[in-house]
Design a protein around this ligand. Structure first.
Ligand code: PEP
Length: 247
């Protein structure tokens, strides 16, 4: 089944007014290929500025959101606030949030459900650590993380699943196309068996972990790889090569 290709750019905690302008100019000068959707995720402070300056063909995402609309939750932002500034996406469950901010599978599931109910689409990240892969726990870990999301939501039409092996994030060690495809196929089968065949067919499952212009086209050829979540390379011109990986 044909699924639109999806490229996410996760800028993480990088940038300044000046470098954000450079990135926005770079993106505005690029024509997104037909059949590809591109969403960039600036740091929270710059999300509003990027949404106002970037062409509407691009989506903009926050890198996190909370499970309340407003209130005494210092430091948090709500999906309702994102909607208020026309930001339609949020990245949830990134491994850096799970690791450094101790976000549990359950909390990621709750945040996913809350954002979707508020009308914000979700890039939901899952992925195993190196020691989990080496002890053959990859399937157990990624299906546990996916189940925690499935337990909280009914409608998958605004969810993109990002498979991001933690050992490949920011390390330069990209998963081989075969390693990534194996996990993506497992995740799609899990969705077919535990949610529905329709959801399995339609949900984009994207790969993240040291994707670059030089390795994106090979990964993009795999049947179950529907795009990429890109960290480091999303801050460079190379991102445009990745956006064109499935031409
Ligand atoms: C990420 O942060 O989601 C990511 C995949 O980072 P990088 O591309 O730098 O490995």
């Amino acid at each position: 089944m044909a699924r639109n290709f999806f490229i996410g750019g996760n800028w993480k905690m990088n940038g300044s007014v000046s470098t954000v302008k450079t990135l926005v100019d770079m993106l505005n000068g690029f024509s997104i290929p037909a059949g590809t959707e591109v969403v960039v995720a600036p740091p929270a402070l710059y999300v509003d500025r990027v949404r106002q300056q970037l062409k509407k063909e691009y989506g903009v995402a926050a890198q996190n959101s909370y499970v309340k609309a407003s209130g005494a939750y210092t430091g948090e932002i709500s999906p309702e606030m994102l909607k208020d500034i026309d930001v339609d996406w949020v990245i949830l469950g990134h491994s850096e949030r799970r690791e450094y901010f101790k976000e549990s599978d359950e909390f990621v599931g709750q945040k996913t459900a809350y954002a979707l109910n508020a009308g914000v689409s979700v890039i939901a990240c899952i992925g195993e650590k190196l020691e989990e892969r080496e002890s053959n726990k990859t399937t157990e870990v990624v299906t546990r993380q996916l189940k925690a999301i499935a337990d909280e939501i009914k409608d998958w039409s605004n969810v993109v699943v990002a498979y991001e092996p933690v050992w490949a994030i920011g390390t330069g060690k990209v998963a081989t196309p075969e390693q990534a495809e194996e996990v993506h196929a497992t995740l799609r089968k899990w969705l077919a068996d535990n949610v529905s065949k329709d959801v399995a067919d339609k949900t984009r499952i994207i790969y993240g972990g040291s994707v670059k212009g030089s390795n994106a086209a090979e990964l993009a050829k795999k049947e179950n790889i529907d795009g990429f979540l890109v960290g480091g390379a999303s801050l460079q011109n190379d991102f445009l090569t990745i956006c064109a990986a499935r031409i």
